[in-house]
Ligand binder design. Sequence first.
Ligand code: TRP
Length: 350
Amino acid sequence: MNSTLSLSPDRPVAAEVPTRPVILTGDRTTGPLHIGHYAGSLKNRLRFQESHDQFLLLADTQALTDNASDLDKVRRNVVEVALDYLAVGIDPGRTTICLQSHLPALAELSMLYLNFVTVARLERNPTIKDEIRARGFGRDIPAGFLCYPAAQAADITGFKATVVPVGADQAPLIEQTNGIVRRINAVAGVPVLPEAQAVIPETGRLPGVDGKAKMSKSGGNAIRLSASPDQIRAAVRAMFTDPGHLRAEDPGRVEGNVVFTYLDAFDEDKAALEDLKAHYRRGGLGDGVIKARLEGILQDLVAPFRARRAEFARDEGHVVSIIRQGTDRARAVTEATRREVVEALGLFTL
Ligand code: TRP
């Protein structure tokens, strides 16, 4: 039986072969997580920790690829992101939380993989293209940034993960991972690495509360998982609705209306929501009503996260020990993979 006990981080860390399908996913440690992360992937991860051997990677070395001048931020947010995981209900007894910079096998696999991908292919990756544009790098793209898809392939394959729950923007990275996997397997002549499948949530990426295309950790347009009741209230009050909907009597637009986009993501009562949309379209429903509904839903969502987070935050040493134990287990798993890949490729072994 695949008992959940076998995933407990306080068990010995060596030579443990996972018997459940493996999940690897992670987050850059550049800022606290927000409700977009919850809708986009944390919710899936909560579900998966019941059925899979799940690893969550605190991606601090990937965070460096566009934050090399702000190491302080990258370091500080390791514990913040871990706290967000614990706050939403990630259970370190069932999910292994680990720190990327302390898994040297991933760095070594990254170096190997860079030989199985071309610069042209890296430059064609649509996510990388968007991110280069958004960051305004121009010609001054950090080499680590351009190459991070190879490092992400190392993250995923280092754990032999077959399932990767991520937001839609990450799909091209999984595709590129699989390209590298196929090349490695072809050169090795044996299927040493499995391909991975992205699990993308049905709800698309949430826009920022300001209506901008995406909610971002750093953009100041997010509702954090640790937001206070006042911050939630203020964010919902300031949300864009339909600029043409000036009086409650007027018919209003639902499409592109940020409040409805959020209701679509967070309101569990879909029938009531459809009624509300019909009423809004027809006219006679003020923005205050839909905002009050959304605010109530978000307050109820975040309140238990905030409470659990405060509980864990009281003992930072405990959080660090959760990360340390998870990283110890992850180190054994990724080192075993590194060895297999090196041997399968036919490099000299000592
Ligand atoms: N690129 C992801 C992000 O920006 C973080 C990440 C690092 C990741 N390594 C990963 C996601 C491996 C999935 C799998 O949030």
